[in-house]
Design a protein around this ligand. Structure first.
Ligand code: C2O
Ligand code: CU
Length: 506
């Protein structure tokens, strides 16, 4: 029986202090001494096969630290930024050239069914892309060092900041922590016609957090409990932007567009500018909003993206920090002199028609469950009370519209992601969790709340709040076949907050 989480601290959630190496305190490092790294750009031209190697490398995260051992795509963390055009299909060969042994602690007990699998396995998923199942990076389709896969990306979708990352069953929390992620920017003519800041004024900011040992190596915490060898969320105190600790970026006194991605395992980033300076939000996960929005802060769950415009004009010679909660994570240094800024942020960005509820032919109730039995069974997070390998229960019909109601029976916010589709958030409404657990009936205990303005566009991740029913609406356009939906807190996903769904022919 699922019980509400929180409150009791299970012993298995406590890491074994004796095993924890000496950790680095990032606040002892000098801030803003490294320029913001910009990953190399690869163009995914139709007709050309891009080849990207998964490989071990080492990279300096800060000027005063020794290099850190990483696993990457194409030798850098984040991996290369792939540029693709809407309507132009791309093919990428993802080659597994990783070493034969993992350098982060694997505990095969975390996911019983994985014990007999090779410890180094990988498969790439392009998050937010609508692709056929063979190219989607199904978690069980992993492959081992020496092997490779060619994935085809039709790119039949509107411009958006997509990203790629490892998705191998039971282990992607380690592979991504090791550095296996990067951006894929999909552009289209409409967006390019708007005159938004572009070129050198369009910058990806990929955020993550890590725990580092004194000698600057990645530390992934291990549970000290033999019955429950997992830590349910991993948070680091070293905040990285494009793989650098507390970097700076030199900007001119003009508008810039920042494509911000939260690539962390579990951390939510609550971003603002120093002094509460406002900025504009122009996009979210699946591209532009209908209209720009003035914001003073944004809360980004793992895997979510926001597209921001910051106007540095009139700030020549000044410095401005980007802050997560109370701590700076990077600095902008505004140059002096005058520049002519011809970029614009139009009052209308694109048409985002609201999907009417009446379009839905199917409604599904989906529970987000936490099993908190500390003694008999390790804690588990499940969707619909089912484990990953149980038979498929959700079979939407290709082209049909559905409403999914996510009943969060836990005390956490879970960022829920569906592959292949984009969706809209209908609302969130508080309900009586106890009554649901006792009688499987819904009693609302408050009014429905519409999505925040910043999440009212097209999304592929939704923050399902605790004690709320979060409703999303989507049309299963794309392809028939097996896909997945899951919590994007990677430790939850691994244990086992992930389920398949199968799109079936009409
Ligand atoms: Cu970001 Cu299933 O993925
Ligand atoms: Cu979760």
């Amino acid at each position: 029986k699922p019980r509400m989480g929180g409150g009791t601290l299970c012993k298995h959630m406590v890491t074994d202090q004796a095993k924890v190496p000496l950790l680095l305190d990032p606040t002892t490092l000098k801030a803003f001494v490294d320029p913001l790294p910009l990953p190399p750009v690869l163009h995914a031209d139709p007709g050309k096969l891009l080849q990207i190697d998964m490989q071990e490398t080492s990279q300096r995260l800060h000027r005063d630290l020794p290099p850190t051992r990483l696993w990457t795509y194409g030798n850098s963390m984040p991996g290369p930024t792939i540029e693709a055009l809407s309507g132009k299909p791309a093919r990428i060969e993802w080659r597994n050239r990783l070493p034969g042994k993992h350098f982060l602690p694997i505990d095969h007990r975390i996911h019983g069914a994985e014990q007999d699998k090779p410890e180094v396995r990988a498969i790439v998923h392009v998050h937010g892309a609508c692709v056929q199942t063979e190219s989607d990076g199904y978690p069980d389709d992993w492959y081992v060092p020496g092997q490779s896969r060619v994935h085809t990306y039709p790119n039949k979708q509107e411009a958006a900041t997509l990203w790629y990352h490892d998705h191998a069953m039971g282990i992607n929390r380690l592979n991504i922590y090791a550095g296996m992620f990067g951006n894929l920017i999909l552009r289209d003519e409409h967006e390019q016609s708007l005159g938004l800041p572009s070129g050198e004024q369009e910058i990806p900011l990929t955020l993550s957090d890590r725990l580092l040992t004194k000698d600057a190596q990645l530390y992934y915490p291990v549970s000290g409990n033999s019955d429950a060898p997992w830590v349910s969320e991993v948070f680091g105190d070293a905040m990285l932007v494009n793989g650098a600790l507390l970097p700076y970026l030199e900007v001119q006194p003009r508008r810039y567009r920042f494509r911000v991605l939260n690539a962390a395992n579990a951390r939510f980033f609550h971003l603002k500018l120093a002094g509460g300076r406002p900025f504009q939000q122009i996009g979210s996960d699946q591209g532009l909003l209908a209209a720009p929005l003035v914001q003073k802060s944004v809360l980004l769950a793992p895997a979510e993206r926001v597209d921001l415009v910051i106007d540095f004009s009139g700030m020549g010679g000044q410095q401005l920090e980007l802050i997560n909660d109370a701590l700076p994570i990077m600095q902008f240094r505004v140059g002096r002199g005058s520049v002519r800024d011809t970029s614009v942020v139009p009052a209308v960005l694109r048409d985002v028609p609201r999907m009417p509820e009446s379009a839905a032919t199917h409604q599904r109730l989906m529970t987000l469950d936490e099993y908190d039995d500390c003694v008999a069974e390790p804690m588990l997070m499940l969707l619909n009370g089912k484990r990953w390998h149980e038979p498929v229960t959700e079979k939407p019909v290709l082209g049909s519209t559905e409403i999914w109601s996510l009943l969060n029976l836990t005390d956490d916010t879970h960022p829920i992601h569906l592959h292949m589709v984009r969706f809209q958030i209908l609302d969130r409404r508080p309900f009586d969790q106890g009554q649901w657990l006792a009688s499987k009936t819904i009693r609302y205990i408050g009014p429905a709340q519409p999505p925040e303005a910043g999440e009212a566009g097209w999304k592929d991740v939704v923050q399902a709040y605790p004690g709320m029913i979060t409703r999303i609406i989507t049309r299963f356009d794309g392809y028939v076949g097996r896909y997945v939906w899951h919590c994007h807190l990677l430790e939850h996903e691994a244990n086992e907050m992930m389920r398949p769904f199968e799109v079936v022919a009409a």
